[in-house]
Design a protein around this ligand. Structure first.
Ligand code: SAM
Length: 291
């Protein structure tokens, strides 16, 4: 079985199986060994690790993971790829399990318990871009023990995950990701590293999960509702954003007082607040409504 990760061997496998790319599944396969090596290295995959791969495709990165990890679980939605993986590209490895399922429907917590005794797993993927946010947020919010997530995403999304106040890319995704993890952009990846070429830029980002939360917030769910409301109407003030939100029912007086209590002007916009300030605002709102 040939090593993949270059155009020649990838085309050979695709032709052998008469495989047709499915645009709806975000199929852009990696054909660059340098990028593959960089992903594995930055994820710091070792023989102690269980790695979850989302969307193995024809198994290009999966081969690298099998060589470097103790155990690999690869979840692929496209049933046409399963025979290629099982009978061909991964047939030599006995440390991989391929699951033909939509990743959004898989109980990853159960998988980590069964295959890694509930210890933190690593997630590595060249993600299907159309569901990047639900996948990342699903991983964080489902309480799966995770050490790090190293993924290829759309360049613009990587920027949004990593940035802070003052940037046009700053928003609810930045805050959600940074609440759970430390983001680091590992590399920008040009379109010619994929087959077929995507028509957007790509980047590899590593999200190293915080072992203890970096902010102290009394109600995480409320904080994220506040964050969403603040960015729903970007040009409005924080006060109007929170006051107009259908997700929240906080009186205008409480909002005004809470903003004052965190030492911000009444005209402040949500996009100017850091994660720590959103946490402080949430705690103030809780304290004021409890009074
Ligand atoms: N890992 C391969 C590589 O790097 O060459 C393929 C990456 S390709 C960008 C994304 C892969 O995710 C495709 O194989 C696609 O079929 C799969 N995929 C798309 N949606 C999925 C879903 N909801 N659950 C699991 N896999 C999915």
């Amino acid at each position: 079985m040939a090593t993949l990760g270059n155009p020649k061997n990838t085309i050979e496998v695709l032709q052998k199986y008469g495989f047709n790319f499915q645009k709806r599944f975000g199929q852009n396969f990696l054909i660059d060994t340098h990028v593959l090596e960089k992903i594995i290295r930055s994820a710091n995959v070792t023989k102690d690790d269980m790695v979850l791969e989302i969307g193995p495709g024809i198994g290009t990165m999966t081969q690298y993971l099998c060589e470097n990890a103790r155990e690999v679980v690869a979840v692929e939605i496209d049933k046409n790829l399963i025979p290629i993986l099982e009978n061909d590209t991964l047939s030599e490895y006995d440390n991989v399990t391929v699951i033909n399922e939509d990743i959004l429907k898989v109980d990853i917590k159960k998988l980590a318990e069964e295959k890694n005794n509930g210890k933190p797993i690593k997630v590595v993927a060249n993600l299907p871009y159309y569901i990047t946010t639900p996948i990342i947020m699903g991983l964080f919010e489902s309480g799966v023990p995770i050490e790090n997530i190293t993924v290829m995403v759309q360049k613009e999304v990587a920027d949004r995950m990593q940035t802070g106040p003052g940037s046009k890319d700053y928003g609810a995704l930045s805050l959600a990701v940074q609440y759970y993890a430390e983001p680091y952009i590992v590399a920008n990846v040009p379109a010619n590293c994929f087959m077929p070429r995507p028509n957007v830029g790509s980047a590899v980002i590593r999200l190293t999960t915080h072992t203890t939360p970096t902010v102290d917030v009394k109600d995480k769910t409320l904080m994220f509702k506040i964050i969403r409301a603040s960015f729903n109407q970007r040009r409005k003030t924080l006060l109007n954003g929170l006051n107009n939100s259908s997700e929240l029912s906080i009186s205008k007086e409480v909002i005004v007082q809470a903003i004052e209590n965190i030492n911000k002007p009444a005209s402040v916009r949500g996009e100017a607040l850091t994660l720590e300030e959103f946490a402080a605002l949430t705690n103030e709102i809780i304290a004021l409504t409890e009074e």
